[in-house]
Design a protein around this ligand. Sequence first.
Ligand code: AMP
Length: 361
Amino acid sequence: MKNFSELNLPKQLEMALAAMKYETPTPIQALAIPKAMEGVDVIGCAQTGTGKTAAFAIPLIMSLLENPDKTALILAPTRELAAQILDVLRQLTQKLPLIRSVLLIGGEAMGPQRAALYRNPRIVAATPGRLADHLRQKNLVLSSVGFLVLDEADRMMDMGFAPQLNEIVRHIPADRQTMLFSATLPPDIMKLSNKYMKNPAKVSAGSHTKPAMKVVQTMVETTHPKKNDTLVSELEARQGSVLIFVRTKRQTDRIAKLLHTKGHRVTQIHGDRSQRQRFVALDGFKSGKYRILVATDVAARGLDVPDIAHVINYDMPQSAEDYVHRIGRTARAGKGGEALSIITPEDRGQWRMISRHIGRA
Ligand code: AMP
């Protein structure tokens, strides 16, 4: 598929795509959408930034239009990712007002979510923990789910959501279509797909360990005591928005405070901040109120902030995959971007390992 028009989508969906300025499909969309529209289960190997949300959202909406009695459920590892997915779905269904949707995430009161469930939404986007809570309270039944999406399945497994996934999927009829997306396909994900999917077709947009296209990757060597000075001078030498990755929540606070005292417009997200604080920080960063966002890997996973100019690794990531995810925050959907890693002598081994893994050594 080279063009969305080849899919013969209903007018309302075509108009929404045009309004969102999606003109040509990304590689994962070109592969996954036609397969899923045949009605088969699909495993998509793709990282964030590749356009994977629309790759499942378009077939999902088509399935809802064709099956008026059915609903769709999307599970994602983090609250932010679930919220972003719902945001894309709401844009895609802007001309289809009968397709109502609800977001079920932790950190927010149950009451309004329960009230939204009474209005029989056709799309539920949720984190596994909160959805399992609603199921136990009998706020919803899943017997009408005909389309299931497991997004960032590898991260859901890493975060220990396997028991909740089991509990949830048990309530969904076997007669459904399932799409699973994951940046990597380790054995536990293949086991998951064997358990939850029927003869899935596998599609993959490029190698999962290769960073999204067009990211200029550089590194600067420094020493531990000079790390903060290096960061500050690198920030001053750059223009545009910056996402800084650090290892711990405490580090997030420390670096954000330091940059604030240096006069930078900076905000931060990490797992201990309330849902509201996280949304406020993210919105402020998206709107340009803050130029800099300091984050940990878990907090930043799946964030869709389309205009990040720079990613700076203040602390090195634990793995090559985390590195690829981090730098995937920039250069989204083919736009240019830069990733800088600040390397101290203690980081050299890790940097070599990552360079080898992504094929740069
Ligand atoms: P995703 O991987 O789904 O988070 O998408 C990454 C970014 O690419 C988001 O900012 C999307 O709005 C954008 N995007 C997705 N598909 C397309 C497309 N076909 N054309 C242009 N932009 C797109």
